[in-house]
Design a protein around this ligand. Structure first.
Ligand code: NAD
Length: 361
């Protein structure tokens, strides 16, 4: 298969971790007979330095012409970097918002996996975390409260702020379809999270999700109120497979789910549009404090590349090979500094990439 991939190395540790992910992808390509073609574009601080803006139209065009985008991370030290003296629309993060909008990425996927070998990093009690967990939060990214009309007014000398939460059925349907499609590639269970006991938007959400579920009789659907879900995530995380939810609930729950894994350098993510196209990136930032020192953990980016193979290219076998190689490296006792524990061997970013590559070959 011929795969056209746009890469955004970005800032900070971005170029280091993307280089390792490419190494892993090249190994998979060689083993399974694929042809990966990469085109790099600049975004964030790197683009500001070169072009004066965090994202150029040319860069967006290049991304649009690819089959998928693989990103490192963007941004610098927000207190010392000159990028943060610029107006907000010219700062590094504006590039990320700009590309998400230009590519119409409405579905955000964040897996939260507890690896047996990293269980000591999990802040939950052993009797809860003991069975491990492997869930994926599917969050609607372009609607709801964050994009509704808002205003602050003064009435009779009292300040009043108004935010509106709007969803139409098409917005709900397209994210629900993504959620069920992805559940089919996993353990075939969708937990749709809402606040249907209070909110009209949640009642419509629930109704549309149920309509979509009729096309997926092989997938189990359950509904859960968001407050209960927040509790269940720390009480019994192993019960979840795909959590399907709207923008603000997903924002909060995905951070909670990430936290219970305990290791930021391991967390992949993807943002998809209504075709197979997606932007794949680690959940962490550009870690300027460790940039250029060969200290970064490349695993979140490598797992993002694995998600790209699975969700944009349907190359499940190849994605499994990457996921299994990551697990094997952990089982063999290798760790980068952020996930280091007693008795393990500490390695740098490049070495971690090499070890994963060896296990794929
Ligand atoms: P961060 O995620 O970059 O770093 C938080 C801490 O985790 C740091 O101590 C860092 O060294 C460590 N860390 C992060 N990733 C790591 C990895 N792969 N391996 C080892 N250690 C790792 O968050 P921050 O410091 O708040 O933000 C730094 C910059 O990143 C800011 O400019 C922020 O805006 C940007 N940011 C970008 C994205 C993105 O590109 N999507 C996301 C979040 C933050």
């Amino acid at each position: 298969m011929k795969l056209k991939i746009t890469c955004i190395p970005g800032d900070g540790i971005g170029p280091e971790i993307v280089a390792e992910a490419k190494k892993v992808l090249d190994t998979v390509a060689e083993k399974y007979g694929h042809d990966m073609q990469y085109t790099d574009i600049l975004m964030g601080g790197a683009s500001i330095d070169a072009h004066g803006v965090p994202l150029t139209d040319e860069a967006v065009e290049t991304a649009k012409n690819a089959d998928a985008v693989l990103m490192g991370s963007i941004g610098g030290d927000t207190t010392t970097s000159p990028w943060y003296k610029l107006p907000p629309n010219l700062r590094p993060e504006a590039g990320l918002l700009g590309i998400r909008k230009a590519l119409n990425l409405f579905a955000n996927l964040r897996p939260a996996v507890l690896y047996e070998e990293l269980a000591q990093a999990c802040p939950l009690k052993q009797d809860i975390s003991g069975n491990g967990f492997d869930m994926l939060i599917m969050r609607e990214l372009t609607g709801g409260l964050y994009f509704g009309e808002r205003k602050t007014v003064e009435e009779n000398g009292v300040r009043k702020a108004i935010d509106t939460l709007t969803y139409d059925e098409n917005e709900i349907r397209r994210i629900a379809v993504k959620g069920f499609d992805i559940a089919r590639k996993r353990r075939k269970k969708v937990t749709s999270v809402d606040k249907a006991n209070v909110l009209d938007s949640s009642r419509l959400w629930r109704a549309v999700v149920e309509e979509v579920a009729k096309d997926y009789p092989d997938v189990t659907l359950e509904h859960m109120l968001v407050d209960n879900c927040a509790m269940q995530l720390v009480k019994d995380p192993a019960q979840f497979d795909v959590i399907l939810t709207e923008n603000m609930f997903g924002d909060i729950l995905s951070d909670e789910a990430s936290m219970v894994t305990g290791s930021i350098g391991m967390l992949a993510s993807a943002s998809l549009n209504d075709t197979k196209f997606g932007l794949y990136e680690p959940s962490h930032g550009s870690a300027p404090d460790i940039a250029g020192k060969d200290l970064a953990n490349p695993i979140a980016t490598i797992l993002s590349a694995s998600m790209m193979l699975r969700y944009s290219f349907d190359l499940d076998k190849e994605a499994d090979a990457i996921d299994e190689a990551v697990k094997q490296v952990l089982r063999d006792g290798y760790r980068t500094g952020d996930i280091m524990s007693e008795g393990c061997e500490k390695v740098g970013c490049k070495k971690m990439g090499d070890l994963i590559v060896e296990r794929i070959k």
